[in-house]
Design a protein around this ligand. Sequence first.
Ligand code: BMA
Length: 886
Amino acid sequence: MLLHVRLSGWACWCLFSGVFSVFSLQQRLTVNLNGKWRLSNSNGSLLLPAQVPGCVHSALQQQGYITDPYFRFNDVSYRWIALDNWTYTTTFTLSAELSVKQKVLLVFDGVDTVGSVSLNGIAVGKTNNMFCRHDFSVKDLLKDGENVLQVGLLSPILYASEQRKAHTSYVVPPECPPGVQKGECHVNFIRKEQSSFSWDWGPSFPTMGLWKGVRLEAFDILQLVQVSSVPLYNDAFSQWRVQIELLIDAVQTARGQLTLSIPELDSEQTFQTHFNPGKTKSNFTILINTASQVKLWWPNGHGEQPFYRLTIRGFQDEFLIFSTESKVYFRTVELIQEPVVGSPGLSFYFRINGKPIFLKGSNWIPVHSFQDQVTPDVLKNLLQSAVDANMNALRVWGGGVYEQDLFYEICDELGIMVWQDFMFACAMYPTETDFIQTVREEVVQQVQRLKSHPSIIIWSGNNENEAALATDWFDIPASQRLKYIRDYVMLYVDNIKKLVQEEDQSRPFLVSSPTNGAESEQEGWVAENPYDPHYGDVHFYSYILDCWDWRTFPRTRFASEYGFQSWPSFSTLQPVSIKEDWSYGSNFTSHRQHHEDGNQQMILQTALHFHLPNATDPLKRFTDTLYITQVMQAQCVKTQTEFYRRSRSEIIEGKGHTMGALYWQLNDIWQAPSWSSIEFGGKWKMLHYFAQSFFAAVFPVAFEEDDTLVIYAISDLSRDLKLRAVVNVFSWTELDPVCTLNSSMLLVPGGSAVAVFKQPVASLLAGCGNCTRLTCLLTFQLEDDSSQQGPTNHHFLCSPKDAQGLRRPNITVKVEEKKTCFSVTLHSDSVAPFVWLDVGNIPGRFSSNGFLMVSRNRTVDFNAWRPTSVAELTASLTITSLRDIY
Ligand code: BMA
């Protein structure tokens, strides 16, 4: 294979310094072993080239041994792949420069999962945790000429089952996922992406492979393995300091000097130090010159995301031995849990740089079953989509993976706050020494890798495991409960929490989500009711209660999960299905649904307010059904999010001060029904377009209480506003408002939700032509003295299925090419709710979509993500509105 030899940064510096002969001894060499390897199964019947980083499934598909694993029922057909054992092999030739190095490490950034590594036929080590980086010292095993490197991988399914069998003393539930998920058992016994054995939104593809890079690292004196930096603010001295941690691998004891500097802040410090043999961690603190004005990192919508360059240089006898540069962002984060006036319990909100911030966003799941197929473009597109929908936070959910560096780098740059779970979800876990040991390694490595990112504002131990214990998901006999609680505390508190807090004092740690936080701790880490709205965060789902009725939602301090399912659009499903699949009752449609009764629940929820599609053409009926599930989902999540946002400033019946709304879930792992607002492939569902409005910094929200219409003005801005609500009443039959009402101007302080309009619906309608609840609807917006502030919102006075006068609109359309995008101008002759523009498989997004059309003309932009034309767009464009489906 081809060898790519790279000299690290400081070696180049040596060349420029003109003292190459001295420094060449200390050059670090990196030999990249990524690229084309050979892959074989256990009996040798399959032998194929395989890309590294990569996995067995991707290799089999790339070489044509299997078709698209996402096609139709292939998740089940290809189950055999993960039941077999596989071996990756590569050969490489050693360069003369490398063979004279004192230390040579064979580094795997990630092995998925249970592997044995051998070099030239000699065992070098084993792996059993996909979240760990491994390095093996191999100098003595390397030969001149050709070297053979092999990684044998055991079936993760069989391994998990073996581990389970060996665990005879008590059951560690759940044994298996629900049947509807068509998944594998005992995933909690293997340190691997938990959702890779199936989830309620994802297929079972228990991957195997070298999912991250492989290389040789060779050096003489020492090498810098990792640098992390954490800024801390000292209130008493009004001074910033940056804690810098160096992980250094040294061949022998060496004395040296270290210079840390942030030139832009006029701050530099030099330390005398010594490096011990082996891998050691050293901490240094650089005090920031108080005369310098430090620019702070802010979440999206609250300010900029500036950074500073930190330079670290190591010297030995005045010669530079290493030099590295990294980014430092300054911000503080506090999680405030303190008594709330008028409410039992404790507050639960984040203060960034001293400012309380309402978290708006969603939950992030793995982007693909095969992580090697997650490209930078896909990550960028999803994260940009989050920001474009006015989100400022994402929770990296604990059943997936610790994301790649690029994910966090983009979040840093975009101002996305990350709630980072550790990778444990919906299960109990073993606590045998080996298991705890590998988890400890995983936690330390991940915290060291990630703690320099300002985007991460909290570490959280697991997903829903406190709740699972407290509300007894697994029918644990009362007599054994204590044992499980002890195990829980041992894993998440005595080990993970303790380790994280040793490694990182700059951000809060929560043991679980949902949790009662400080109250859970009081109750021995497993609260009686971790869903208590008076404490911590809450996950809340109800699929068949009427989602238009805000009274069904708990008024929580922080809503970290809530949501409703919908189907992705036809263009997303089409490539993985065939004609016979295209009906709501098909085998395919039920196969892709991994949530018990999910398809039925969507229909029941939809039918509460909408007519169901009744087209006679089966394909139209199917696509109309996909559409209406998206309408339902968008409207449900809108209602719930609006409820949380308007609850930020008040306490009602002892509950409120909600300071976070992260709906479940942002993205999809494959083409299937799920809670996501973005389809697999990046297409925005109607919900994501809705989120753009309902997460806007300034936003009006309407609801009814005792037949009175109430409108709140919500503002996340720092400055106060003076706003009035303007309500337009439309009849379903007319495109001009029947009447317009204005509230008086009211003060809306920065960071608050204030009622600005209140009127009984009956009196409002009585003063407005012949309007009744069935014949009229409302739009409303906020205005200051000169202009509209924030988007326009709508409120229905009845279910659209009961609307009188709603006609099928005759919408015509014109597509034009503009400088940087295309414009689509619509003309309608009547009121049209939920107008949905779809250009099939032309990737891109509209500036607005799924809207209520109450004007004759409306123009939206389309941003294409690949070259297209007016002709192609016009040919692909379909327009659906509510009245078109029945
Ligand atoms: C929560 C999440 C996920 C799940 C989602 C939808 O429980 O933490 O485990 O996918 O709800 O059921």
